[in-house]
Design a protein around this ligand. Structure first.
Ligand SMILES: [Fe+2]
Length: 422
């Protein structure tokens, strides 16, 4: 199978189009219209626009197709009732599968096309939202038959048929605020990131009690995903003042509220603030990019069936040690977290220590070996791990590029838990 991100011309152009030296001449900053808070779905409000009345202004037919899965489906009635109060006709499709396999996306698109919605509502975690976005492409553009080859820089021309509403039920992916959909090629055991400005949801609705049922391990995993998004974004060459503001604030909130949400899922303040932090991190990296935590984390997650957030989170210290030879932007994160020291090196060491202390508090291992990957499995897959990391488009946004050999070395250091010294 061919992929858009292995095309040499695209690989050449993407880093150039993202470089701040070029983007600085004309920057755009995009995010969905957001509604957030415990009453965001209810009729009881302190003021401001009603969510679905606002959505309805964009929908002549008011036909809503709700994409969800067996976990988040329990909230579908509540969402449909809120829409029906605003004269929407609704249909629920609750067959979304984890990691949005391509065949599942096609099945969703067929059901969507039969119903003919002018609003697509994705209700669920990252896989549900990403799968719904990919199905939205096929619904609007039935001429596109291969999602793996669609290029990132040419608009799809979406919204001829429907607007997109994201209601996340986990706090981490940020997919409700990004123009990215990661789907899975099950046969090739690969993740395919579809990147296109058109994929940015029109509306995002953040309701904290939709995440209150998340078990601790999922709270930790999704929270570390948001941490990887925001930390990677700060050091990305595509960053700007708007993305920095979002990412640095998200980092502060994650360090403060993630341990609370992990230890006490009923801590409503922690749940709401983590939910908001995850979307802020999404806005940040949706505009400013992520790098090696995600290029290497995608490869690690897919080859060893590791939760995305854990796979990308565990790589943060190694990626940052690797970046630290070419950028001191990590000092902004040290400032945000009040990490002091006499030298930049001391402050950097303090940052890595703080990240590792967070992992320990969340019962997340510090090494790949600690994830239970056997040495044999690791060695059998090391070539693919490194190759897929280099090909992943997140790698194009790294402050320090990494060859396949360097990625392999980074994985070996992460496996053993060695500090990166090259
Ligand atoms: Fe992520």
């Amino acid at each position: 199978m061919t992929y858009w991100f292995t095309d040499a011309a695209v690989k050449d152009r993407l880093p150039l189009s993202g470089a701040s030296a070029i983007r600085g001449m004309s920057i755009s900053f995009s995010m969905p219209r957001l509604f957030m808070g415990p009453n965001a779905l209810s009729e009881v409000r302190g003021g401001g626009a009603n969510v679905f009345e606002t959505v309805g202004l964009k929908c002549a037919q008011r036909r809503a197709f709700v994409v969800t899965d067996e976990h988040a489906g329990r909230y579908a009635n509540r969402v449909c009732a809120a829409m029906q109060r605003r004269r929407f006709t609704t249909e629920v499709w609750d067959k979304a599968q984890p990691e949005a396999p391509l065949e599942n996306v096609r099945e969703c698109a067929e059901a969507m096309s039969k119903f003919g919605p002018d609003a697509i509502v994705a209700l669920g975690g990252g896989s549900v939202i990403d799968g719904a976005k990919a199905a939205w492409i096929l619904y609007e553009r039935p001429d596109i038959t291969d999602l793996a080859t669609v290029p990132p820089l040419r608009p799809f021309g979406l919204r001829e048929k429907a607007v997109f509403v994201a209601i996340p039920t986990t706090s981490g992916t940020g997919s409700d605020c990004t123009a990215v959909a990661v789907v899975s090629d099950t046969e090739a055991k690969r993740k395919i990131p579809i990147v296109n400005g058109d994929l940015l949801p029109d509306f995002a609705i953040l309701v904290p009690d939709l995440v209150s049922g998340m078990p601790p391990h999922l709270t930790a995993g999704t929270g570390l995903d948001a941490l990887a998004h925001s930390m990677d974004c700060v050091t990305s060459p595509m960053t700007n003042d708007f993305t920095d503001a979002m990412a640095l604030r998200a980092i502060q909130m994650i360090f403060k509220y993630l341990p609370r949400a992990y230890h006490d899922g009923a801590d409503h303040e922690a749940r709401l603030r983590m939910h908001i932090a995850a979307s802020m991190a999404g806005v940040a990296f949706g505009n400013g990019g992520v790098a090696l935590t995600h290029s290497m984390g995608h490869s690690l997650g897919k080859l060893f069936a590791i939760h995305h957030g854990i796979a990308v989170g565990i790589l943060i210290p190694y990626a940052f040690q690797y970046y630290s030879t070419v950028t001191d932007k990590y000092l902004d994160i040290c400032d945000a977290l009040n990490i002091r020291g006499d030298t930049d090196e001391e402050r950097f060491a303090g940052l890595i220590e703080k990240v590792r202390a967070l992992f320990t508090e969340l019962d997340v291992p510090l090494t790949l070996k600690g994830l239970g990957i056997s040495e044999k499995d690791f060695e059998d897959n090391i070539d693919k791990l490194a190759l897929y990391s280099v090909e992943d488009p997140s790698a194009f946004q790294s402050p320090r590029s990494a060859t396949q050999e360097q990625c392999e070395k980074l994985f070996r250091y992460a496996y053993e838990g060695k500090d990166v010294d090259f």
